[in-house]
Design a protein around this ligand. Sequence first.
Ligand SMILES: Nc1ncnc2c1ncn2[C@@H]1O[C@H](COP(=O)(O)OP(=O)(O)OP(=O)(O)O)[C@@H](O)[C@H]1O
Ligand SMILES: O=C(O)[C@@H](O)C(=O)CO
Length: 418
Amino acid sequence: MTHIAVIADDYTGGTDAAAALRRSGLRVVMLFGVPAPGSTLQNCDAVVVGIKFRSIARAEACEYVERTVAWLRENGVNRYFYKYCSTFDSTPEGNIGPVCDLLLTLTGARYTIVCPATPLHLRTTYLGHLFVDDTLLSESSMRTHPLTPMTDSNLVRWLSLQTESMVGSVPLNVVRAGHEAVIERVNGLVDQGVRHIVADATNDSDLDSIAAGHESAVLSGGAGLVEAVGRNLGASLPADEHPMGSRDAPDASSGTLVLAGSCSEATLEQVRRARLTMPALRLDPGDIPDADTLVDTAVAWNEAQDQTRPRLIYTSAAAEERRRGAMAMGPDTPQILEHVLARIASRAVEQGARRIVVAGGETSGAVVAELGVQQVLVGAEAAPGVPWCTTVSGDPISLLLKSGNFGDPDFLAKSASA
Ligand SMILES: Nc1ncnc2c1ncn2[C@@H]1O[C@H](COP(=O)(O)OP(=O)(O)OP(=O)(O)O)[C@@H](O)[C@H]1O
Ligand SMILES: O=C(O)[C@@H](O)C(=O)CO
């Protein structure tokens, strides 16, 4: 029986959640995109559906979620976790608030728990404020994110911009008083009309206090709370076993194509280090403001490289260089570049590439969609929250989809050759 479905708003967030559930010992199936009506879910404890709706129009995001919930219901899954980024990536319009509202309407649940805190990734919340390591979210590099600049760390205030529903919070001292205290505070808030409740957490035991119970609620947040929910459900498998068995995944000897579209500080440093260890091509829309030319340039370059060795193609750039690129290519530059990297991935696979590392959630979404990948086996983690995934149909392809902020400075260099 499938106890819970995680609906993730991007693909790397989905693989992060799947890795968390595996760590907690559950049997996990990982799907990409809204599942086709009539398709069946394999036997598992938890299913993760990664969809790319973090940065699209809210009506479209809600439509994807509604169709996914309909499919999950067809397959007998009635409990949902909404996974968004541990840095709460969203704009003043959404999509976190609208999707939380929709999930309440669809399920008839009384409230949502909102908890992006994920200590494993150094994301904590205190008095409703989100911290990235020792820095407030709005003072971290997230404040200049190309799609979702996070300029306010106060989640109650930020979420209130996105929804008509009342937003409240459970502070850390209540969380530390234990699970019953949390439930009591939540019930009090719901009686006052609060519908979305931001819960503080700075460690895993806080997350355990928050995760239990909430039968008439939708839980939402980061991989930290996902893992706590998994722990609460109880392990049924050793973490290295998969419900659908295993597949021979292409390893480093197949050569690795690394594609980087994330512009996070972490990825920029990983790109800088990777450039020292492998051939690299930077695609700069400031120099070549045309998608087709960028794709053709990169495909020709890639084909000229030793296909058994790692190589890197990237658009990643710091804020000033991005401004220069956007002047030349226009306001849709971020989306255009995602598709440029996706088309390069697809051409590389046609030419025989079987191992692809992608940096960036939106970029990963574009790559996975272009490759038509619908389901993967979730394997070992190359870094916390970044598992290798192997496609289940056709020739196996190994994919490592990295959230922009994840991984140590040598992540790209090491994972491409390990
Ligand atoms: N040179 C550039 N100029 C403008 N936009 C760019 C440039 N390079 C990449 N981008 C865009 O920046 C966005 C980066 O988002 P993406 O989700 O891929 O990375 P991220 O936000 O760092 O990762 P995550 O969502 O996992 O935290 C993409 O839309 C990408 O196309
Ligand atoms: O929660 C995170 O930080 C990641 O899983 C993610 O969603 C980044 O895209």
